[in-house]
Design a protein around this ligand. Structure first.
Ligand SMILES: Nc1nc2c(ncn2[C@@H]2O[C@H](COP(=O)(O)OP(=O)(O)OP(=O)(O)O)[C@@H](O)[C@H]2O)c(=O)[nH]1
Ligand SMILES: [Mg+2]
Length: 399
């Protein structure tokens, strides 16, 4: 009996000691935590990933989650303070559908300082490491190759021709996403980025790591939606691109899938990967070929005189510099950005999705999607022949 009482006493003392420790722990954490998750995280069996203050992302490369190795990858958004609510919505969905099981870091970039409200509002949504960065001044501004007067004229001329036709800041954004985002110091040691935007929707559970899928399958570019670009916004983009090809054949790979963006008659199809969602092996953008292509486009002035978007620019680059097998349609990632949506219709994929809630056009069977399935790789000399062929406009001029 005495032995039993002593055991009971020890058990009670143990429980008391553990509860006191827990109370002290939660008190201390509550004082310092940014989110409830910080407090309860360790107790629901999901250790927060990569929350130490040490250097990053070198350290990130060695981090592990419950699901194995994390790659040197991050979810990256260029965003304004005023878009906090939409960004919180995006992060909430990404966490719920995917990242809470992995813990990939987020990087938010802005041409202005992020407010404390923005940082706190975002941090409350995730246990992952979150980085906030300001753009270097030299990455966000007028191209040195254009003149202010001509840009003003172009904005005036195009303001009623298409959406953002008169917007200067939209052009800064497109030029930034085309030629600078991957040069930001916070992205320096990353191998992959997943571009995210405020107020988008992720319809489906993503029960695997898309970054790892890219790496394991030697993929360089991942997309979900492929619309056609408004022709008026890219009037001379193909013409400028073909000149770059002709002047820089050394940058063209042996084979590429250029026929997706340019048809057999050398006409621009206006097909593009909608880059508000893209998962990219950054070695593509960091390559000498891409840098040469971006510089050539920047010199031509079309980011400002027209409204060249980063989506058609990235799409030309991917089609010119990659083989078809290196480009992947994330068919199973249901996605919506105002304007278009993609909802998987294969039963085994659709089973994990809740689509809808908006009436935007569903694009799974778009012309460009079909075309991507149909075209094959072509050799460098065939690509160059295309670049040399006069397109419809030039044929008309010659007649
Ligand atoms: N910091 C900052 N971010 C911007 C600016 N302009 C656009 N962005 C961000 O860049 C991304 C693309 O801009 P959007 O305005 O969404 O462009 P879009 O997707 O082509 O068009 P809509 O979504 O229809 O407006 C979004 O994540 C924006 O938050 C800007 O001037 N400053
Ligand atoms: Mg957008």
């Amino acid at each position: 009996m005495a032995l039993f009482s002593a055991r009971l006493l020890r058990l009670l003392l143990g429980v008391l000691a553990l509860s006191s420790l827990f109370a002290i722990y939660t008190f201390v954490l509550r004082e310092h935590a940014d989110s409830v998750d910080d407090i309860i995280g360790p107790f629901v069996g999901m250790k927060p990933v990569a929350i130490t203050d040490g250097p990053w992302p070198e350290q990130q490369a060695n981090a592990t989650s419950g699901n194995g190795e994390l790659l040197r990858a991050a979810l990256v958004a260029l965003v304004r303070n005023s878009e906090l609510s939409g960004m919180r919505s995006t992060v909430r969905q990404l966490e719920d559908r995917f990242n809470r099981n992995y813990g990939y870091p987020y990087i938010f970039l802005n041409d202005e300082d992020f407010t404390d409200e923005f940082k706190k509002g975002i941090r409350a949504m995730t246990r992952s490491q979150v980085y906030f960065g300001k753009l270097p001044k030299e990455h966000w501004g007028l191209s040195p190759y254009v003149t202010e007067d001509k840009v003003k004229e172009a904005l005036e001329r195009n303001k009623d021709r298409y959406i953002y036709g008169g917007s200067y800041s939209y052009r800064l954004m497109c030029r930034y996403q085309s030629g600078f985002v991957y040069k930001h110091p916070l992205l320096k040691n990353l191998d992959y980025y997943w571009r995210i935007e405020p107020s988008v929707h992720y319809y489906c559970d993503i029960p695997y790591d898309p970054f790892r899928y890219m790496r394991d399958n030697n993929l360089k570019y991942g997309y979900t939606i492929t619309p056609q670009e408004k022709a008026e916004t890219v009037e001379t983009l193909w013409d400028t691109t073909r000149k770059w090809m002709i002047e820089n054949p050394q940058h063209l790979p042996e084979t590429s899938v250029i026929h997706w963006v340019v048809n057999e008659k050398a006409e621009y199809t206006h097909c593009h990967f909608w880059s508000n969602f893209e998962i990219v092996d950054l070695s593509l953008y960091r390559s000498a070929a891409y840098e040469s292509y971006f510089q050539y486009l920047d010199r031509a002035g079309g980011f400002f005189y027209e409204r060249w978007g980063d989506a058609p620019v990235h799409s030309f680059a991917a089609s010119l510099l990659l083989r078809k097998e290196q480009i992947h349609w994330f068919e199973d990632i249901g996605y919506h950005h105002p304007g278009y949506a993609h909802c998987p219709d294969k039963p085994e994929m659709a089973a994990r999705c809740v689509c809808g809630g908006n009436s935007d056009y569903m694009t799974s069977r778009s012309m460009c999607k079909r075309r991507f399935g149909e075209v094959g790789n072509i050799f460098r000399n065939q690509a160059l022949e295309l670049a040399h062929m006069p397109d419809k406009q030039q044929q008309q001029q010659q007649q």
